[in-house]
Design a protein around this ligand. Structure first.
Ligand SMILES: CC(C)(COP(=O)(O)OP(=O)(O)OC[C@H]1O[C@@H](n2cnc3c(N)ncnc32)[C@H](O)[C@@H]1OP(=O)(O)O)[C@@H](O)C(=O)NCCC(=O)NCCS
Length: 144
C-alpha cells in the first residue's frame, strides 16, 4: 500500500471513481476539473494497492491553509485503512500551513469519524449546503 502524488495518467481513473462515489448532489469532480487543478499545482494524491487505485485525495492549496476538496476510498477497498493512510499523508505534507479545512455532509458519519480521529473539529454549520438540502460541517485541523 503506497500513497504518492498523482500523475496525469491517474486522473481519468479518479474521475471515474468520483462519478461512482459522489452523486450530483455532492459535486463530483469531472476529468476536466481534475486536469485543471492538476495543472494549476493543487495536490492530488493516490493510494495504490498493487496496481489498483484504492483511494485518492484532492487538496487545494492556499497561502495559509490547505483545503481537502475531495477524499475517497475505492468502494472495493473500504474499511481497509486507506482513509487513515491518506489522512496521515495529507497532514504530514501540509503541516507547514496554519490549518487544513474541509466541508462534509452532516450525515456522513464515516467521514466525520475519520476526520475527528485526526484532530479535525467542526467550526461552522453550513445550512442546506448540498443540493438535496443536507447541511454541511466546515471542519478544521489547526496546527500550532
Ligand atoms: C470516508 C472514507 C474516505 C473512509 O475511508 P476508509 O478507507 O473506508 O477508512 P479506513 O478503513 O481507513 O478507516 C478510517 C477511519 O474512518 C472511520 N470509519 C471507517 N469506516 C467506518 C464506518 N463504517 N463507520 C464509522 N466510521 C468509519 C473510522 O474512524 C476509521 O478509523 P478506525 O479504523 O480507527 O476505526 C470512505 O468511507 C469513503 O470513501 N466514503 C465515500 C466518500 C466520502 O464520503 N468522502 C468524504 C467526503 S467529505
Amino acid at each position: 500500500m503506497i500513497v504518492r502524488d498523482a500523475v496525469k495518467e491517474d486522473l481519468a481513473k479518479i474521475a471515474a471513481l468520483e462519478k461512482i462515489i459522489f452523486d450530483e448532489n455532492n459535486f463530483p469532480m469531472s476529468l476536466r476539473n481534475l486536469r485543471y487543478h492538476f495543472k494549476k499545482g493543487n495536490k492530488i494524491y493516490v493510494a495504490k494497492i498493487d496496481n489498483h487505485l484504492a483511494g485518492y485525495a484532492v487538496i487545494f492549496l492556499r497561502k495559509d491553509y490547505a483545503r481537502i476538496y475531495s477524499i475517497a476510498t475505492n468502494p472495493d477497498f473500504n474499511g481497509k485503512g486507506i482513509g487513515n493512510l491518506l489522512m496521515k499523508h495529507i497532514i504530514a505534507q501540509h503541516s507547514d500551513k496554519k490549518y487544513i479545512s474541509l466541508e462534509v455532509r452532516s450525515d456522513n458519519t464515516r467521514a466525520i469519524k475519520l476526520y475527528e480521529k485526526f484532530g479535525f473539529k467542526v467550526v461552522k454549520i453550513l445550512p442546506e449546503y448540498y443540493d438535496d438540502g443536507c447541511s454541511g460541517y466546515k471542519m478544521k485541523k489547526i496546527f500550532t
